[in-house]
Design a protein around this ligand. Structure first.
Ligand code: RP5
Length: 162
């Protein structure tokens, strides 16, 4: 059963969403990936958000660009944690998307990752799930150890060159 619901406002957002799906898959976490728009399919956005918890979803990721209100709208209809994933745009490089998602007024928070930060959105979802599932928290510790080993190896290689 999918633990993470991943919504995107348009199929054109999918390239940004892929790293989130990939990292969740790598950790063995099933996802439910959908194209649902806050303004083009508002009824579906409402229905999905309001029913997510009873369908077993534990964390939501919402990717959107421009006037990117999908995360905020979804967060309005659920108590599940919502991670906003701002999509880079042509006009402002994604600053428009970022501000639309991160600057939620008090009362309805949307945890926001960087522009096109799909992998971090997936990792943040895993960290939230790790509170409940020790096996996910353990895998995250191993992931961090591997990252540390790589940086240390890169540093050692650099020192050799200098
Ligand atoms: C938003 O508008 C979507 O999240 C997408 O990033 C942006 C552009 O959508 P398309 O015109 O490519 O469908 O709703």
């Amino acid at each position: 059963m999918a633990k993470v619901g991943i919504l995107m406002g348009s199929k054109s957002d999918f390239d940004v969403v892929k790293p989130a799906v990939a990292v969740l898959k790598k950790f063995g976490v099933e996802t439910d990936v959908r194209v649902i728009s806050a303004h083009r399919t508002p009824d579906e956005a409402h229905e999905y958000a309001a029913s997510a918890k009873e369908r077993g979803i534990e964390v939501l990721i919402c990717a959107a660009g421009k006037a990117a209100h999908l995360g905020g709208v979804v967060a309005a209809f659920t108590t599940l944690p919502v991670i906003g994933l701002p999509v880079k745009t042509d006009m402002m490089g994604g600053l428009d998307s970022l501000l639309s998602i991160v600057q939620m007024p008090s009362g309805i928070p949307v945890a926001t990752v960087g522009v096109n930060g799909g992998e971090n959105a997936g990792l943040l979802a895993l960290q939230i799930l790790g509170i409940k599932y020790p096996e996910i928290a353990d895998k995250l510790s191993q992931y961090k150890e591997a990252m540390k080993a790589k940086i240390n190896a890169d540093d050692a290689a650099l020192q050799e060159m200098l």
